[in-house]
Design a protein around this ligand. Structure first.
Ligand SMILES: [Zn+2]
Ligand SMILES: [Zn+2]
Length: 228
């Protein structure tokens, strides 16, 4: 046998997994408990390797419903797996990086979002060149949080001191539609992880502290409702 063949095979193997990134993580169990292991991001998908065999997983990109960057040190993976005890809600895996692990890099997050090819949840801010910005209050079921909405060519960013609600949306990937009933109100409907039905979008309702610019709203309408 040609002695080069094993070498070639090795090279091919390393190439296919060449872009792999390994993150040391803690898997936070719901509602309590944890296990630790490694999350491996590669061309093929995301794998979770742990001693707790029952929790080891290999997801091909297509098997991942959404990825939620909660912060630079925490993220979750929403799968399509049913959870019987939660009336069929899809199962998500919550991970926190271990203290010795470097934060999740922007490159790794971009790699994930590109390979996933579906909407993601991104709670990290992003500096953008804003075409339009407006001060708002994000309305919750009870009360709300305050911040600023920035509209850029490709992005919409909601910046707030309430980290849970901070968002960076890519306009053509994450946003379904934008609505305004009057100039002091704006709704942004996004494809955000919805454990019961992904096609059911999540609605972010904002009360505007200054009147909405009508011509900018027209531009948004044309983008999200072409032909109307
Ligand atoms: Zn676990
Ligand atoms: Zn809020």
């Amino acid at each position: 046998m040609n002695r080069w063949i094993p070498t070639l095979l090795l090279l091919v193997f390393f190439n296919a997994w060449g872009e792999a990134e390994t993150l040391k993580v803690r898997h936070d169990h719901n509602p309590w408990g944890k296990c630790t292991g490694e999350v491996i991001v590669s061309e093929s998908g995301i794998e979770y390797r742990t001693e707790k065999k029952k929790h080891s997983r290999q997801w091909k990109w297509v098997d991942i419903q959404s990825f939620d960057r909660k912060s630079s040190t925490a993220f979750s993976i929403l799968t399509y797996q049913d959870q019987k005890w939660a009336l069929g809600a899809d199962r998500s895996f919550n991970f926190t990086l271990l203290p010795e692990q470097e934060p999740l890099s922007e490159e790794t997050f971009q790699f994930i979002s590109e390979h996933l090819g579906k909407p993601v949840v991104d709670r990290m801010g992003r500096r953008i060149e804003a075409e339009y910005q407006v001060e708002v209050k994000h309305l919750h079921t009870f009360g709300g949080c305050e911040g600023t909405l920035y509209f850029g060519k490709d992005w919409i960013v909601y910046e707030t001191d309430h980290p849970k609600d901070a968002r960076t949306w890519k306009r053509d990937r994450d946003v379904e539609s934008v609505w305004s009933l009057n100039r002091y109100q704006l709704e942004i409907h996004v494809f955000e992880e919805n454990k019961r039905a992904f096609d059911k979008t999540r609605r972010f309702r904002f009360q505007l502290k200054e009147p909405l610019d009508e011509s900018y709203y027209e531009q948004l309408r044309r983008e999200f409702f072409p032909g109307r």
